[in-house]
Design a binder for this molecule. Structure first.
Ligand code: AHR
Length: 917
């Protein structure tokens, strides 16, 4: 009698989709013949790594993601605070227009006796001549205010009559051409007062206007003219756009990183400046007291969506807040805070934790309580810095770290490794994080989809100890299905490396289609619609089916990987010189082909914006060296040397003086899509000679400047594995989740063996995104073109097959069908009681033929909690020589102190005896 549980090979099942009662329903059937071409054994009992908060989202107010986007305010420039610091085209009357039907009015913005020192400007409306319709209107965000027919809108404003008899104002919702849909009047006095009205829009309009017109003549002053849909998310005042939050809510993100991005570290160091770095203390309290500020992306941020609202949003989404604070350093201007100013930044970080987590008796906790949230927000993470490179940051970061660690040892602190996936600055970020003992390092990179495929195993070898990876920004440069698929494959890689990668979020999240700063983006929007991209659906599926622990898996019988690079082990092709918006002299050009010892000596050339590129030769060798001298004659963006260039869209390059003349980059273009392989800081000085050398050895590249090593990298060939697979278990439900991504244009049949679940059957769901063309994308015309399908599924055995379509994503969520008393599959129980313990003897393993082979016994004292005593009879083994391997209906009885176990078997009844003591 054996008490160990042998692993059973019970056959295999194949997936089929059937349409039953209108619903997609998958029943996986035993086929009896091997058809799969890939097998994954998932050890459901072997927990490989804790996933913690792996997949979350990142919100940055760029692309008008907040004002004009998530923040539901419909009026643009409500407080007349816009100015040319925000954007050279802005002024106090941006988005406002004069209305003069019959009468005559003059508009100007003043600040002499405004109500709010933080937002001192207000509108002065001189009604010189009373007319039929005289005043001002706001056109909201482009192309106008969206009025939904029948919906309610909350209007508010501060107003006063400065002089004259114009003490009645008429507020109206109207069309672009001035047709009034609905209006209400307010009577004003010569004191600033707040007025509030609610409107119901009788008509729908996508280009609506809000107007404030005056009766009589004289002078009226207006401030904080605001219009919100009443129906914001959770109907909150100063609320968020319902449809957009809904999309986030449906993702179930583990965390929300906010408020940026470059948003956080761009601008002046002084909190009181119009263009200051993002200072959270300026974003809480009544909106009137939040100083309007230049947004780093070239517009104005009202801060109506501020830190309190961000924390609330996190709470609503069930996402952990991950605020990112500036590190007292602007990496664009290289200005760094010192002395008391630096202390202020550190204090801001400490105070934020008190604001989020402190009790209501603490100063900042009290401020939060006064805003209506006495309970803490349970903040666990804080990020210091976003992509900062440069020593001034790394001198300051440890000061933040130590102060935070000392006061709040429970908070996880996130450092930063800059905006590139590899290189000197990246290494510097990691080094700093390791030195101080940061919990996580925030990595950012935006690469070609092929890069994500080529680097699938990037994190496998990352150490388990020390700071963990937080991939705080990544995306694959467009919003087609293929891009989303490449991201999905990379997410599988991250999940499989969950020992090292603890958090990851796609970036950016939102883009208002009329205010694009950056693409790709996860969700596109206009004033009334939202278009989730294929990447949104991928992210959502990964978050909806997240899991808590990664399970150990073994993939076998995997077909060959597919090489997508034309030259898997070399970089042959043209050598091309290029001047980047500058005039550059290239000379002493010698190319040596090491394999043949052939030398090409090329004539020098001068390139300029008028003729910026020149091919100098072509190389066919595996190993070659390019030497040349370059001198920038004028301009400020340096030069580029391309090599291994197959065509305009496929090449490797070394660019010096890239971006704002700050970078030296070895990069790669694949199909016109660019990836930075390695980066370091370098500015090109005009007039200086640079002796440059590029050594190409196979796909290894080394660069030298004036004889000194600059960079090295491996240009990884793009190899796609047949199906990328990762599996996890969700602790609460016990569900097993298997994520499979096929980036190849061929179908695969994957056999899945759930080891450790031999006696289980599963119900569950299959979620797929499949059948799309690589270039398919969601648009405003076809917002749902690419989206997942879901089907219910049954898995009658822990071994089954799944068809994986070409270029598709498939996620299985398997829920173990458990006996209400005992886990697993049991039937025909018999029972006896012996010395205060109940013993249960069921037929115990799979019922495909209504019989079992292994028989367990279970014990319980209370008939609630049952303990599996193990296999007491293995009918398939030699243990019972007469057994044909199939038995059922066990029974037990006691005779003279001996317990006898009996079961039925095909053909005849047998009396195998098991002695229980
Ligand atoms: O996500 C867009 C921008 O990319 C972020 O602001 C910045 O952190 C990164 O460079």
């Amino acid at each position: 009698m054996s008490a160990c549980i042998p692993v059973l090979e019970t056959g295999y099942l194949t997936g089929q989709l059937q349409n039953e009662t209108g619903k997609l329903f998958a029943r996986l059937k035993v086929t009896g013949k091997e058809e799969y071409n890939m097998q994954v054994k998932i050890n459901t009992r072997a927990e490989k790594a804790d996933m913690q908060d792996l997949f979350g989202i990142f919100f940055e107010d760029l692309n008008h993601a907040a004002d004009g986007g998530l923040y539901a305010e419909l009026i643009q420039n409500r407080a007349f605070e816009f100015c040319s610091v925000d954007n050279p085209d802005y002024h106090g009357l941006t988005a406002w227009e004069k209305i003069e039907k019959g009468g005559k009015t003059e508009l100007r913005v003043e600040k002499e006796h405004g109500l709010f020192p933080e937002n001192p400007h207000y509108l002065v409306m001189e009604i010189l001549e009373e007319g039929e319709d005289t005043g001002v209107c706001n056109h909201g965000f482009h192309p106008g205010i969206f009025y939904e027919k029948g919906a309610c809108y909350n209007f508010s404003c501060y107003a006063r009559k400065e002089r004259g008899d114009c003490d009645r104002l008429v507020i109206s919702l109207r069309s672009r051409t001035g047709d009034i849909y609905t209006s209400q009047a307010i009577d004003i006095t010569d004191k600033w007062e707040k007025y509030q009205l609610t409107f119901r829009a009788p008509f729908g309009d996508r280009q609506g206007r809000l107007a404030v017109t005056a009766k009589g003549s004289g002078c009226v002053e207006l401030d904080f003219v605001s219009l919100f849909p009443a129906h914001t998310y959770k109907n909150r005042k100063n609320g968020l756009r319902r449809d957009l939050v809904q999309l986030l809510e449906e993702m179930h993100p583990k965390f929300l990183r906010f408020p940026g991005g470059c948003l956080v570290h761009g601008g002046s160091l002084h909190a009181g400046d119009r263009d200051s770095l993002y200072r959270w203390k300026n974003t809480i309290g009544p909106v009137e007291n939040r100083p309007s500020c230049r947004n780093n992306w070239g517009y104005n941020q009202t801060m109506g969506l501020g830190y309190y609202e961000y924390f609330l949003l996190c709470e609503d989404l069930g996402a952990k807040p991950v605020p990112v604070l500036p590190g007292g350093y602007n990496p664009h201007t290289h200005e760094a805070a010192v002395g008391d100013e630096l202390k202020e930044y550190i204090q801001d970080a400490l105070d934020l934790i008190e604001f989020a987590n402190g009790d209501a008796e603490s100063y900042w906790g009290g401020r939060r309580a006064a805003m209506g949230h006495p309970e803490p927000f349970h903040m666990e993470y804080i990020g210091i810095g976003n992509e900062e490179v440069g020593e001034p940051f790394f001198e300051r970061y440890p000061l933040f770290h130590r102060a935070l660690r000392e006061k709040y040892p429970e908070i996880k602190i996130i450092g930063t490794s800059g905006p590139f996936a590899a290189g000197k600055e990246y290494d510097r970020g990691w080094q700093s994080a390791r030195e101080v003992g940061a919990d996580l390092v925030d990595e950012h990179y935006y690469q070609a989809p092929e890069w994500f495929i080529a680097n699938h195993h990037r994190y496998d070898a990352f150490p388990e100890n020390g700071p963990k990876v937080f991939l705080g920004e990544y995306a694959s440069q467009d919003n087609t299905w293929f891009h989303a698929l490449a991201e999905a494959s990379y997410m599988v890689g991250m999940q499989n490396a969950a020992h090292a990668v603890k958090m990851a979020c796609y970036a950016p999240l939102f883009c208002h289609v009329h205010y694009e700063n950056w693409r790709p983006d996860m969700i596109w929007l206009d004033n009334c619609t939202a278009v989730p991209s294929p990447s949104y659906h991928v992210q959502k599926l990964f978050m909806n089916h997240h899991g808590d622990v990664v399970l150990a898996q073994e993939i076998s019988e995997k077909g060959p990987s597919v090489m997508m690079s034309r030259y898997p082990d070399s970089l042959p092709g043209d050598i091309v010189l290029e001047a980047n918006e500058s005039r550059v002299a290239f000379e002493n050009i010698v190319i040596t082909e090491e394999d043949t010892e052939k030398q090409h000596t090329c004539r020098g050339t001068v390139l300029s914006p008028e003729r910026s590129r020149e091919k100098i030769t072509s190389v066919d060798s595996r190993n070659y060296t390019i030497r040349l001298r370059a001198r920038e004659l004028s301009g400020k963006k340096g030069f580029t040397i391309s090599f291994g260039q197959q065509d305009e869209k496929n090449r490797v390059f070394w660019r010096l003086g890239g971006w704002a003349n700050e970078d030296s980059i070895i990069g790669e273009d694949i199909n016109g899509r660019n990836s930075c392989l390695v980066q370091r800081t370098r500015s090109v000085e005009a007039g200086r000679n640079y002796d440059l050398e590029i050594r190409v050895r196979g796909r290894r590249v080394e660069t030298y400047v004036d004889g000194a090593a600059e960079q090295e990298t491996e240009v990884r060939p793009v190899t796609a594995e047949p199906v990328y697979i990762t599996s996890s278990r969700e602790r609460e439900s016990g569900d097993i989740i298997v994520k499979m991504v096929n980036v190849l244009p061929r179908k695969e049949k994957v056999q899945i063996c759930l080891e450790g679940e031999e006696n289980s059957r599963f119900t569950g769901h299959i979620y797929r995104i499949e059948g799309y063309h690589r270039d398919d994308r969601n648009t405003f015309e076809h917002p749902d073109l690419v989206r997942p399908d879901a089907a219910e599924a049954e898995f009658d055995s822990p071994v089954f097959e799944v068809d994986i379509k070409p270029e598709s994503l498939c996620i299985l969520r398997l829920h173990c069908r458990q006996n209400p008393v005992l886990p697993g599959l049991y039937a025909d129980p018999d029972m006896l009681k012996y010395q205060d313990t109940y013993y249960l003897y069921p037929t115990t393993d799979g019922f495909a033929n209504w019989s079992g082979t292994q028989f367990h016994a279970f014990s319980s004292r209370d008939m609630r909690e049952w303990k599996d005593e193990g296999v007491i009879l293995d009918a398939a083994s030699e243990q019972v020589p007469w057994s044909a391997g199939s038995a059922w209906a066990p029974a037990v009885f006691e005779r003279d102190g001996l317990f006898t176990f009996i079961s039925a078997r095909k053909g005849r009844m047998e009396y195998p005896v098991s002695v229980l003591r």
